[in-house]
Design a binder for this molecule. Structure first.
Ligand code: ATP
Length: 356
């Protein structure tokens, strides 16, 4: 019988971190609900690891408070906090068997021998390594070692599981497999989980909510769908998925000018600006036969990527290249080849608009 953990609620209030003159985190407010899997996602240096280390007590915040449930953990050392952690490098004890690695944390909390044995075999079963209990870390693959690290972190049934880029040292196939394994295990156990990653695909695939960070601030918090479909800033739009940007000038109302054309927007425009950036996803641009669409262009390049063809279209009357994803069937119907003239339609409801 799998032990269901009571996942913690975590509340981060006004957390700031300075390293000398450098501010790595500006003022972070974030609440994570019990049982949630939240990803901290952002480019290198945005502060995601620093925030995770502050949550673990491995780094002391310069200002702000942290609450795990009703417990103020702001000043508690790591040993007095209730979390398990997995790092990118497996960090298993090389001279201990798989069994002993998993049991390690349980001995230190004073659990009895019989109970430890039961808990370890339960975890071995959960991670699918029951047959490897007596092996040493060096006798396991990278993916297996990372599963053991996960089991070791989960052994004392912590309220919070912290994962610091746990999959980035693994090859693509193992990584994809472990993604869903971790996600399933996390849901089964109900442990509140924070995963730090710079891999947007990993964040979108695994998270209940994604926290997009940039330069020490949170740019947006939302479900993967919200982050992808309703990015709040040009940074989020560009960082998650592919995006075309088009510089334009706002006119009155919901209209903008691109070259000598006017476009009507459906989505909200930013506060009054001299210029704005329109954005549209490659899969949202429609290609059609010459004469049918609003814009004319020429196919500059075509990359066959399996499920779709990524094309580059140079527009004729504005100086602009657009990336457009076309499914192979439409490409055949349009007889799409490099050098061919083509028309495009930019659906109003697919156009995002950001401050320039
Ligand atoms: P990465 O994906 O590269 O690990 P990150 O988003 O996790 O990036 P952090 O490791 O949190 O980024 O670092 C945030 C910023 O703080 C970086 O500019 C980093 O150089 C700086 N920083 C982190 N730790 C220290 C430290 N101990 N002393 C000084 N600066 C630090």
């Amino acid at each position: 019988m799998t032990q269901q953990t009571q996942g913690s609620r975590l509340e981060i209030q006004g957390v700031q971190k300075n390293f000398g003159d450098f501010t790595a985190l500006k003022s972070i407010d974030l609440t994570i609900e019990p049982g949630e899997l939240v990803c901290f996602l952002g480019p290198s240096g945005c502060g995601k690891t620093t925030l995770l280390r502050i949550i673990a007590g491995l780094e002391q915040q310069s200002a702000g408070q942290l609450f795990q449930g009703s417990d103020d953990i702001s000043l508690k050392p790591p040993k007095d906090r209730d979390f398990g952690i997995v790092f990118q490098s497996y960090a298993l004890f090389p001279n201990m068997t798989v069994c002993d690695n998993i049991a390690y944390g349980l001995r230190s909390i004073g659990m009895g021998k019989t109970q430890i044995k039961a808990r370890v075999s339960e975890l071995l079963e959960l991670i699918g390594l029951s047959d490897h209990a007596k092996k040493y870390p060096a006798q396991l693959s990278g993916g297996q070692q990372q599963r053991v690290a996960l089991a070791r972190a989960l052994a004392p049934s912590p309220g919070l599981l912290l994962l610091d880029e746990p999959l980035s040292a693994l090859d693509a196939k193992v990584r994809h497999h472990l993604r869903s394994e971790i996600r399933n295990l996390q849901k089964k156990l109900g442990v509140t989980t924070i995963l730090v990653t710079h891999d947007q695909e990993e964040a979108l695939a695994m998270a209940d909510r994604v926290v997009v960070m940039n330069n020490g601030v949170i740019e947006q918090v939302g479900t993967p769908l919200e982050i992808y479909q309703q990015p709040k800033s040009a940074f989020v739009a560009e960082f998650i998925g592919a995006m075309n940007f088009i510089d334009s000038a706002p006119l009155n109302g919901q209209r903008v000018k691109v070259g000598n054309r006017e476009l009507e927007l459906v989505r909200p425009m930013p506060e009054v600006q001299d210029s704005v950036r329109l954005a549209i996803r490659p899969e949202d641009v429609h290609l059609m036969p010459v004469g049918d669409g609003d814009w004319e262009g020429r196919v500059e390049a075509m990359d066959y990527l399996g499920a779709f063809i990524r094309t580059q279209i140079r527009l004729s009357d504005v100086e602009l290249d657009l990336v457009v994803d076309v499914d192979p069937r439409s490409a055949r119907q349009l007889d799409l080849v490099v050098g061919r003239s083509i028309c495009l339609h930019l659906p109003s409801d697919a156009l995002h608009c950001f401050a320039a």
